[in-house]
Ligand binder design. Structure first.
Ligand code: MG
Length: 390
């Protein structure tokens, strides 16, 4: 790819050639979308700005789809019939790289790799020529020859589960592939199956591979259940802010309750400033604009409407999106009246309207020390932050 250079470069190989039939999807799992992106895009994004070049072997029959998805940031090639062969094909594309260049091989289905660890593991690869990410075993490990009766308990302090990335100096990997290819077709020379990873290849020829101690979070998505898990993981935040001026001729409505001792607030609806901030926060988290778009104050039907009625409609939108509230944090800014004595009732009212447990709702009150329009007792404001899960 860069025949004349002797400078160290860092290349990525992300094998994505498998169809992943175990997942029960009608297309390769690498194209499954969660949290707004496909699996392959999540994984590639982890390496953004860290590699000089990237080669991705993909299934030949899905070349067009992958090209559309990641063609702008990686060289795509047709994958081989096994992962081992796909990586080897990709490696051939790096022909002419400098001997000291590093090749980072990473599973397409490990989207939780922590990119902040890469500089340290690359250094380890410069020292040892080969390094793999691996996690300590936390379960007790048993060995059974006949798969029925236990022969022994292994010392788990010395057992590691191999992950990726696996990083190699270019010349070491090149040498090992050359030796492997030479032995192919001589059945007694090497183990007859392809190694399950590139570290295995390098080990076959007597090279010691270093361990980079990784976290179990860097897990591989192999089963349908894993996908369900990552899908359920999406959370979003939303923020809302609202202001209403005082109108002494109206009742004061906050969090769906009439608060004695007014003054009230002016507005097209019941002017419940707290619920308005809350609704805007929910709509924000859902990416659905603001309450002005959903309930315009030019709509005569909404004149004097109770904000709890509007909140019901916003909660329905939440449901329609398959989302639920995780928590809300609501702050009301008021110089007058004193709201503290009404806190518990307001919390209970919110809990009932939202069908949300009390411990997921937080309500704060603050004056503004006499400053600004709130301090001058011209009106009230409210801020709200919500988190929703999909
Ligand atoms: Mg409002």
């Amino acid at each position: 790819m860069h025949p004349e250079t002797t400078k160290e470069k860092i290349y990525g190989i992300i094998p994505a050639g498998g169809i992943g039939s175990r997942m029960g999807l009608p297309y390769p799992k690498q194209l499954f979308a969660f949290q707004g992106k496909t699996l392959i895009r999540h994984t590639l994004n982890r390496f953004q700005g860290q590699l000089d070049d990237m080669v991705v072997p993909v299934p030949a029959e899905y070349m067009t789809e992958f090209e559309k998805e990641i063609g702008h940031c990686a060289h795509l090639i047709e994958g081989g019939s096994t992962r081992f062969q796909s990586v080897q094909r990709a490696f051939e594309r790096l022909k002419g790289a400098s001997a000291n260049s590093l090749v980072v091989i990473h599973d397409a289905a490990r989207p939780f790799f922590d990119p902040a660890t890469l500089p340290e593991s690359l250094d380890l690869a410069r020292t040892h020529g080969a390094v793999i990410y691996a996690a300590r075993v936390t379960d007790t490990v048993k060995r059974s020859e006949n798969r029925l009766l236990i022969d022994s308990t292994l010392d788990r302090d010395h057992i590691f589960l191999a992950q990726t990335p696996q990083i190699f100096r270019f010349d070491l990997l090149q040498e090992c592939y050359a030796k492997w290819n030479k032995m192919a077709g001589k059945p007694d020379a090497v183990p007859n199956a392809d190694p399950t990873d590139e570290a295995g290849l390098v080990e076959t020829f007597g090279h010691r591979v270093a361990l980079y101690h990784s976290s179990p979070d860097n897990r591989k998505i192999t089963l349908k259940e894993d996908l369900a898990l990552v899908q359920a993981k999406e959370t979003r935040v939303g923020h809302g802010y609202d202001v209403h001026r005082f109108d002494p001729n109206r009742p004061l409505i906050l969090c769906g309750l009439e608060i004695p001792g007014g003054p009230g607030l002016l507005g097209h609806s019941d002017a419940d400033v707290a619920l308005h901030a809350l609704m805007d926060a929910i709509l924000g988290a859902l990416g659905l604009g603001d309450i002005g778009q959903h309930f315009p104050d030019t709509d005569p039907e909404l004149r004097g409407v109770q904000s709890t009625f509007l909140l019901d409609r916003v909660c329905q939108l939440l449901k329609d999106k398959g989302a639920r509230l995780i928590n809300i944090d609501l702050t009301i800014l008021a110089q007058t009246p004193k709201l503290g004595p009404h806190r518990q009732k307001m919390l209970e009212s919110l809990s009932t309207s939202l069908k949300l447990e009390l411990d997921r709702i937080n309500l704060k009150f603050t004056t503004t020390e006499g400053l600004g329009f709130v301090g001058a007792k011209q009106g009230m404001a409210a801020h709200c932050v919500v988190m929703v899960a999909r």
